[in-house]
Write a protein that binds this ligand. Structure first.
Ligand SMILES: *Cc1c(COP(=O)(O)O)cnc(C)c1O
Length: 392
């Protein structure tokens, strides 16, 4: 019987089927290989495997069958040749930089990035002689103007946090490539169920699998995804330095991928309903969600995403006092800065996730004191609206 051609399958099918290899026991679900090392048949096989001359499993810092199944399934969903899994989203970003950059290199990055990504760039990469310039993700001319002869990497997060604004991946990729730089996109907010940045010219995708890929708030994980040529150096760094994903977490994330597409559809459905309701409320100044037709990036988001995602932010008329009052009044939503969970979370970015930014940097990023961010979960929309109504 000829093997099934996986390249012809729909993404929803790949999410359930790709990367599965059965052991001799014929288990239907994916097995979990909790083992730090693997036994060889003989000395020669050990030598060949350790030197990479034949494939195989030697030690779980290098790779492990459960981790490798997760990597193959995620690569299939992103339409990529290869993925390597990491212990967290941050270790995906640090491993990418360690593998591809050296002293004297320069990064052009969006000025709206996950807080720890900026801290890593500013406080650590700079100590190793790597410079970073920040630009508005929406202004293509700024990306071009920031390029220097030593620019190696463009780094973009889209949609961004907490205003869920959308940047043009193709336009930024074109500037990167005209200048011999690689474009990396942090695809955490959409997950591969809603956006595959490689299709729009990105070279590398990084993930915090902790968010939607698990989607149920259980484990940390991450991944770097791209062509084999770009991922091999990341793998070599990882197996040397060790921020690898544990087989247990890989197994949880494999199961997360199987329901990812269904969950993302449900997150998007709830989010648009919540955003539309908020827009009509008299206590709300402004709602940030590209699913709303009057959002300036509505068309761009439609072009590069198959849904607008599960995060909705809004400005309250009463500033910080009103925002804190609302957050304290909700009874169903979880008061936590985490996102991408089945459970709805509510947070005040200016005093939590973005509290370490200077007031000027916050103002530049458009994060006001009255801003509230909601990661819309899978509870029924009527209960979510009732919960907010209590506080508004
Ligand atoms: C959470 C997050 C990260 C970091 O992921 P961890 O798994 O917490 O290390 C990176 N980028 C974005 C956009 C995130 O939301």
């Amino acid at each position: 019987m000829a093997d099934l051609d996986y390249s012809k399958l729909h993404r929803d099918t790949l999410a359930v089927r790709a990367g599965t290899e059965r052991s001799q026991f014929g288990e239907h679900s994916d097995a979990m290989y909790l083992t730090s090392s693997f036994v060889m048949e003989n000395a020669e096989q050990a030598a060949l495997m350790f030197s990479g001359q034949i494939p195989g499993y030697t030690y779980s810092r290098f790779t492990n069958p459960t981790v490798s199944a997760f990597e193959q399934r995620l690569a299939a969903l992103e339409g990529a040749e290869r993925a390597v899994a990491t212990a967290s989203g941050m270790s995906a970003i640090t491993s990418l930089c360690m593998a591809h950059l050296k002293a004297g290199d320069h990064i052009v990055a969006s000025n709206v990035l996950f807080g720890s990504t900026m801290t890593f760039f500013n406080n650590y990469l700079t100590r190793f002689g790597i410079e970073v310039s920040y630009v508005s993700p929406l202004d293509i001319a700024e990306w071009q103007a920031a390029v220097r002869p030593n620019t190696r990497l463009f780094f973009l997060e889209t949609p961004s946090n907490p205003l869920v604004d959308v940047a043009d991946i193709q336009a930024i990729a074109d500037v990167a490539h005209a200048n011999n730089a690689l474009l990396t996109v942090d695809n955490c907010f959409c997950s591969p169920a809603l956006q595959q940045p490689l299709r729009f010219g990105a070279d590398i995708v990084v993930h915090s699998a902790t968010k939607y890929i698990d989607g149920q708030g259980r484990v940390l994980g991450g991944a770097v995804v791209g062509s084999s040529a770009l991922i091999e150096p990341v793998y070599l760094f990882l197996r040397t330095a060790g921020p690898t994903l544990s087989p247990f977490n890989a197994w949880v994330l494999l199961k997360g991928l199987e329901t990812l597409s269904l969950r993302m559809k449900a997150h998007c459905d709830n989010a648009i309903q919540l955003a539309s309701w908020l827009q009509t409320h008299s206590a709300i100044e402004k709602v940030y969600y590209t699913g709303l037709k009057d959002h300036p990036r509505h068309e761009l988001a439609n072009k590069q995403q198959s849904g607008h995602g599960g995060v909705v932010s809004f400005d309250l008329k009463g500033g910080k006092e009103a925002a804190w009052k609302l957050i304290d009044a909700v009874q169903l939503m979880s008061r936590t800065a985490n996102l991408g969970d089945t459970r709805t979370t509510i947070s005040h970015p200016a005093s939590t996730s973005h509290g370490r930014l200077t007031p000027e940097a916050r103002a530049r990023a458009g994060i006001g004191d009255g801003l509230v961010r909601i990661s819309v979960g899978l509870e029924h929309i009527s209960d979510l609206i009732a919960d907010l109504e209590r506080g508004l």
